[in-house]
Design a binder for this molecule. Sequence first.
Ligand code: UFG
Length: 327
Amino acid sequence: MKVLVCGGAGYIGSNMTAMLREAGHEPVVYDNLSSGHQKAVKTADFVKGDLADFDMLVKILTYKQIDAVMHFAAFIEVSESVENPLEFYRNNVCNTHTLLAAMEKCNIDKFVFSSSAAVYGTPEKTPITEDAATNPINPYGQTKLAVERMCHCQSQTGRLKYAALRYFNAAGAGADGSLGEDHKLESHLIPLAIEAALGKKDEIKIFGVDYPTDDGTCIRDYIHIEDLCSAHLLALEKLNYENELIYNLGNGKGYSVQQVIETVKKVSGKNFRVVNDLRRAGDPPILTADATKAIEGLGWEVKYPELEAIIETAWKWHSENPNGYAD
Ligand code: UFG
């Protein structure tokens, strides 16, 4: 298939683009480079463009004869979403509306959407199944849920087939060593701990040590980037005969912030300062996935079930590329 990868210069989108190519598809990356890196696009045509630009989208979808769209181009920082909710709704919801309208105009009906565990808010029980209540506790999660609902309504018309993939914590780097995680403003735990291990930062802060967990720190479910992407490929294929797919993508295993930091120390062989800090707004104590539906429904196999193996790939990329794609 010819696949338009919106946000294909970003962390997840660039890995997806590489995997699409390897699987025999023809990816075309569409990215405004507001946070992505053109250097991360290695095996696809690249078009610099904005999702707000309906006419440009229609041109690209038509000219490139696109069959399906994958959409990774969204703002992701939860705390920023609390500061600037309108920006989040504009980029994550309004621009996705523009993209879906352009697809409709071009009669393209296959859509794979990056949703998030953030749609669940603070879950009543973990691991979370897809039928759990969706009560996002921040604007970021609300924008992801709003897009899921928009897709659902559009799918009811028969003009859209979509997969909403609810990511838990994407982590690690691609096996060939060429693609990694390089956010302009880094806020994620694993890359920040690695920066501390590399001596680029003096310390890592733990946001909250009084959560109701064994060691008092938050528990998350880390899923390797290649495992995340392989589920997208399977979902794309399944859209040939299904209209509406919703899956959790996680490992099903939780690790605390403290455990992640200890694992980064072990893998890197470096010690660094760890400072206990206050809770960060909008953090649920525990988020772990029940991914049985994706495993059974897609035939999805997780290659990296262990945190240590995931962190090893991240450490390798960051230590070989200490300045990210700027090298
Ligand atoms: N954390 C620290 N110190 C840091 C950074 C993070 O203690 O310097 C903690 C956070 O408070 C949280 C955990 O580490 O408890 C993981 O935080 P991340 O920022 O790495 O990831 P999140 O779980 O907050 O966010 C991820 C995605 C979001 C998505 C969310 C929903 O990045 O886009 O999962 O599951 F909304």
